[in-house]
Write a protein that binds this ligand. Structure first.
Ligand SMILES: Nc1nc2c(ncn2[C@@H]2O[C@H](COP(=O)(O)OP(=O)(O)OP(=O)(O)O)[C@@H](O)[C@H]2O)c(=O)[nH]1
Length: 190
C-alpha cells in the first residue's frame, strides 16, 4: 500500500513500476483508493503483488484507514522538494502504528530525486528519520524510474521470506537495498 501526502507521486510511482511510464503534466489527485496488480519473479517464484494506491488528501483519510490493517507492506512516500511532506511523515507513521498490523513491513521513500534544483530535504535527513523508526530508506524517482523496481522487489523478497520461512532470516532487506540502490543524484552512479 502506498501512503503519503497528496502530490508526493504515489500514483506515478505505481504506474512507473507497473507500466514503465511516467505521466507528466497534469496532476490528477487520487479519489479514495485504487489498486493494480503486477506479477514479479522472486527467486524463481512468481509472486502477484496487489498494490493499493491511496489518496493523500486529508478528506479521504477515513476511507484509507479501513485498508491499513490488511496491508502486508506500506511504502511511505514524501517529496524531496516539499518540506511539509517530509515533516508529515511522523504523523503518517503514527497513523500506521494505530491502524496497521503490527508486523507490517514499512519502507520510507524520498521521491522526485530527479529534481536537483528544487530539493529541500537532504538525503541525510531521510536516512536519519528512517533510522529513528528502524525502517529501510531510499530516494526514488517515479519520473526516471530510479529505485522504483528496487523498492517493490525488496518488499516482495521480504514478504516471500516471511511467508516461506519466517524463522530463517536469510534475506536481509537492509543489506539487499544497500547493495542495489542508486544514490539520490539519480545519475553518475552504478
Ligand atoms: N519530477 C518528478 N515529478 C513527479 C514524480 N512523481 C510524481 N511527480 C509529479 O508530481 C505530481 C503528483 O503526482 P501523483 O503521482 O499524482 O501524486 P499522488 O501522491 O498520487 O497524489 P494524490 O493522489 O493526491 O495522493 C504530478 O504532477 C507528477 O507528474 C517524480 O519522481 N519526479
Amino acid at each position: 500500500m502506498l501512503l503519503g501526502d497528496s502530490g508526493v507521486g504515489k500514483t506515478c510511482f505505481l504506474i512507473q513500476f507497473k507500466d514503465g511510464a511516467f505521466l507528466s503534466g497534469t496532476f490528477l489527485a487520487t479519489v479514495g483508493i485504487d489498486f493494480r496488480n503486477k506479477v514479479v519473479t522472486v527467486d524463481g517464484l512468481k509472486v502477484k503483488l496487489q498494490i493499493w494506491d491511496t489518496a493523500g488528501q486529508e478528506r479521504f483519510r477515513s476511507v484509507t484507514h479501513a485498508y491499513y490493517r490488511d496491508a502486508q507492506a506500506l511504502l511511505l512516500l514524501y517529496d524531496i522538494t516539499s518540506k511539509t511532506s517530509f515533516d508529515n511523515i511522523r504523523a503518517w507513521l503514527t497513523e500506521v502504528h494505530e491502524f496497521a498490523h503490527k508486523d507490517v513491513v514499512i519502507m520510507l521513500l524520498g521521491n522526485k530525486c530527479d529534481i536537483t534544483s528544487g530539493r529541500v530535504v537532504r538525503t541525510e535527513d531521510g536516512e536519519s528519520l528512517a533510522k529513528d523508526y528502524g525502517i529501510p530508506f531510499m530516494e526514488t524517482s517515479a519520473k526516471t524510474g530510479v529505485n522504483v523496481e528496487l523498492a517493490f522487489m525488496a518488499i516482495a523478497k521480504e514478504l516471500k521470506q516471511r511467508s516461506s520461512s519466517p524463522d530463517d532470516r536469510k534475506f536481509q532487506i537492509y543489506e539487499y537495498i544497500e547493495s542495489q540502490k542508486k544514490k539520490s543524484s539519480c545519475c553518475g552512479f552504478l
